[in-house]
Design a protein around this ligand. Structure first.
Ligand code: FMN
Length: 223
């Protein structure tokens, strides 16, 4: 009965109130109560927070850029990164043409031109002069000078999904940054002023406060 109510689109928000009232009087915070407070929400590829990067490619010898959020590290040695880009994008033509691409980390200052690149395809407009660019060893992966971190990638594998996206695995051949964005030679997330993305509600965010040291803070855990 309750499950039917929860699934009903009209009463979608009612279960929270309903369950809340019923259990407010129960003082003990049992695990069961917590589970009952959960509502099933619309299924989606939620992942919070999401990175967002600017992919740089050459198409017919001209730079083209697009924002891309479906990016992930897949291997440490050699360093390999994966990107998932829709087969309709101009970017895919460039990656397939040269077997190279760049991954440019956007700082907050780059959010407007980055978003513009997501509104317009290189099939419709020339995006080659939106950013000042430079090239590295691979010669065909344009990188953004103003971006605090640039990864120059060579494609090592392409998976063409029947559902519409190409997954490109790119080995990072070179990484570029500036002293002002580094701490002990490593890119510093705060100094780079990076932004994050949240999908479905379509928003950009800046980084918040430091919470703790990874592989360290957990040592203080007590059962
Ligand atoms: C914040 C943001 C994230 C995006 N992430 C992706 C993504 O992960 N994969 C993808 O295929 N398209 C993604 N897009 C859409 C492309 O960036 C957009 O369609 C772009 O105009 C394609 O450019 P192109 O045709 O010049 O390659 C994203 C757009 C925005 C604004």
């Amino acid at each position: 009965m309750i499950i039917k109510l929860i699934n009903s689109p009209i009463l979608f928000h009612l279960p929270i109130i309903f369950i809340g009232i019923n259990f407010r009087s129960i003082k003990s915070k049992r695990k069961k109560d917590i589970i009952l407070r959960k509502n099933k929400i619309r299924v989606g590829s939620y992942l919070y927070p999401m990175p967002v990067v600017i992919i740089g490619v050459n198409v017919k010898d001209k730079p083209n850029f697009m924002p891309l959020a479906w990016v992930s590290i897949v291997e440490y040695k050699p360093p390999i990164i994966s990107i998932s880009s829709h087969q309709g994008h101009y970017t895919n033509i460039g990656i397939k043409e040269n077997q190279t691409f760049s991954v440019n980390t956007p700082s907050k200052e780059l959010v407007i031109p980055m978003d513009y690149c997501g509104l317009k395809s290189g099939k419709e407009i020339d995006k080659s002069d939106i950013f000042d660019t430079f090239y590295g060893e691979l010669k065909t992966a344009p990188m953004i000078k103003a971006s605090p971190l640039n990864l120059e990638c060579r494609v090592v594998k392409t998976i063409e999904l029947e559902t519409g996206h190409d997954i490109f695995l790119g080995e990072i051949i070179n990484a570029y940054s500036e002293d002002k964005f580094l701490t002990n030679g490593i890119p510093d997330v705060k100094k780079m002023n990076v932004i994050f993305f949240s999908m479905n509600d379509n928003n950009y965010w800046e980084i918040g406060d430091h919470v703790g040291r990874a592989w360290s803070i957990g040592k203080s855990y007590k059962k």
